[in-house]
Design a protein around this ligand. Structure first.
Ligand SMILES: Nc1ncnc2c1ncn2[C@@H]1O[C@H](COP(=O)(O)OP(=O)(O)OP(=O)(O)O)[C@@H](O)[C@H]1O
Ligand SMILES: [Mg+2]
Length: 549
């Protein structure tokens, strides 16, 4: 949070100054009103006009400073909010894939939207507000003290009670805050999950189950919320009882002072206004505590995401050397690798694997044995705990597989991975300046052009999230076309032709290998048709990677 405060210190200081100015004007106009009343009641008749003009001037200055404050705060707020969101978004994108697995997407969304908003608004709310309110408090206290030190002493009576009280309850507030944020995350994750799988929910006739689940989550949230509310109602009632008691004592004392002739009517009225300022600034200062705790909780939740381990691009100097040259003809080699997920057993144990340029290397094996896991290693998403995982070019320059070697790969993932947007937009994600002609060519290679050209808007047709509006096989062919457009030296297909009929599958695979002679191709499959065109076959079974062909 301080990094943002530092970045916008000038605007924030201006904001604070405007706030302090408005407060000083408010206090000043109360003091002048004392003199005005004294003038009207006959103590100083000569200055009525001057005091009246002063009051109007100060009030106007106060109004203008408030307007300036709300403009500045809106500006700083939206700018900081955007920056925090962009920062966290970027950090999530560069976080190790494995680290992100512990978060549900709804939880990340909640942090990115709600927590970031809270932190942004706190930069412009509780830090400057506490300064403004402190100035108001000290100013009002100093003015009372100037006119009547005893009254000032009485006005301060509630301070020690409040300080002890708020210290005691800070820990509890922190716990409540954390719990409520986590519950909001669960709620959002559940809703996100439901909408992502709405077709399954309906098809399995689970609408009633999901409604009940939402209700149960909402009830838990409601109970926690009401619990917290009870806690805050008790604490704030106690605080206002203390505040009211003190202001009654102040009231009695100032009436007594007027009766005994120690102060004028104007001073009495000013005392009332000052006592009001004092108690309102004090209660604002007290209310800043929960706001600060809330902001700290949200900032902590953002930090726990932003401080996750970042991806390392390894051997970049060698990667650059390969990129400078003709970088076709890439060989991938895994040597005695052990691969597992967090705290799990080895999915692959001491595995050896080679995929050569110009060949199709197939990986087979029963479901859940580790084919996709192996591909995650090739893509530098997972790193072997032991062993070597590297690629080398035709000249023998070797680099370890990591985020830095990802640009050598085109990848068609398992499942539907088309994004919301037009077909052309989906294609241009991997090559921004691709011409329509280039897109058409890869669509043809992936046997997708036939159906795309029949769509009312051709390649400008817009599809929904996860390619909704397309059949599985159509989405697969678009994903293959996208991978081909990237034209990387290594192509990885993870069950990427599983939804195609055998003829189309064969044509696609032939087209892929025909275009680029030196391309390295790794496919995972269950289909014999793919195996028949493969040069080498590996099998993963019971954590062992075995070469069959
Ligand atoms: N993100 C993950 N976190 C933890 N474990 C995982 C994760 N993804 C997969 N696994 C585990 O790793 C093992 C291998 O899974 P993987 O997805 O690689 O199998 P697969 O061979 O591709 O299966 P399929 O043919 O069904 O696609 C499984 O036991 C699975 O439970
Ligand atoms: Mg798989």
């Amino acid at each position: 949070m301080y990094q943002y405060v530092k970045r916008y210190w000038f605007s924030i200081c201006f904001y604070i100054l405007a706030g302090v100015f408005g407060t000083v004007m408010g206090l000043g106009s109360s003091v002048v009103s004392k003199y005005l009343i004294d003038a009207v009641t006959g103590v100083r008749k000569d200055k009525i006009l001057l005091f009246a003009v002063l009051i109007i001037g100060m009030t106007a200055a106060g109004i203008i400073s408030n307007a300036v404050i709300s403009r500045i705060s809106a500006r700083i707020n939206v700018v900081i909010q955007n920056e925090i969101q962009a920062d966290i978004f970027q950090k999530i994108l560069y976080t190790e894939w494995k680290e992100l697995q512990q978060f549900r997407s709804g939880d990340l969304l909640n942090r990115l939207s709600n927590d970031a908003v809270q932190v942004a608004s706190s930069v412009i709310s509780w830090i400057p507000n506490s300064i403004t309110k402190l100035v108001q408090f000290i100013g009002a206290f100093a003015i009372i003290f100037y006119y009547d030190p005893v009254m000032a002493g009485i006005a301060l009576l509630s301070a020690p009670v409040t300080v002890i009280f708020s210290r005691k309850f800070m820990g509890k507030m922190r716990t409540y805050n954390n719990e409520m944020r986590e519950m909001t995350s669960s709620l959002m994750s559940f809703q996100d999950d439901t909408f992502q799988n709405i077709q399954t929910v309906k098809a399995l006739d689970l609408t009633g189950v999901f409604e009940k689940k939402l209700q149960s989550l909402q009830n838990r949230y409601k109970e926690k919320m009401l619990d917290y509310n009870k806690f805050t109602v008790y604490t704030s009632s106690f605080m206002s009882a203390v505040g009211t008691g003190v202001s009654y004592i102040c009231f009695g004392w100032s009436v007594y002072r007027l009766w005994s002739g120690y102060i004028t009517t104007g001073t009495l009225l000013m005392f009332f206004q000052m006592a009001n300022s004092l108690s309102s600034s004090f209660s604002s200062l007290i209310q800043i505590i929960p706001a600060a705790i809330n902001a700290a909780t949200c900032a902590g939740r953002l930090m726990s995401v932003s401080e996750l381990e970042k991806e390392n691009a390894l051997d970049m100097e060698k990667v650059d050397r390969i990129l400078e040259k003709e970088y076709k003809g890439i060989t991938i080699e895994l040597k005695e690798v052990n691969i597992h997920y967090k705290d799990g057993e080895n999915v692959i144990h001491r595995g050896d694997f080679i995929a050569n340029a110009g060949e199709i290397t197939a990986v087979v094996g029963p479901s859940g044995e580790g084919k996709t896991t192996l591909i995650r290693v090739l893509l530098g998403l997972l790193h072997p705990m032991e062993g070597r995982a590297e690629l080398k070019n035709a000249e023998g320059i070797k680099c370890r597989l990591s985020a830095g070697t990802r640009e050598f790969f085109s990848y068609v993932p398992q499942g539907n991975t088309i994004f919301a947007g037009s077909i052309a937009e989906n294609m241009r994600m991997v090559k921004e300046d691709a011409t329509d002609e280039e897109i058409r060519e890869v669509l043809e290679m992936a046997c997708a052009y036939d159906f795309v050209k029949k769509l009312p808007k051709g390649m400008e047709t817009v599809v929904g999230e996860k390619g909704s509006g397309l059949s599985e096989g159509q989405a697969q062919r678009l994903a293959i076309a996208r991978a081909l457009l990237k034209n990387a030296p290594v192509l990885i297909l993870d069950e990427a032709t599983s939804a195609l009929d055998i003829d189309t599958e064969e044509r696609v695979l032939k087209n892929i290998m025909k275009k680029e002679k030196g391309r390295t191709c790794v496919v995972t499959t269950h289909r014999p048709s793919v195996l028949s065109v493969s040069d080498h076959i590996y099998e993963i079974r019971e954590s062992h990677l075995k070469k069959l062909k």
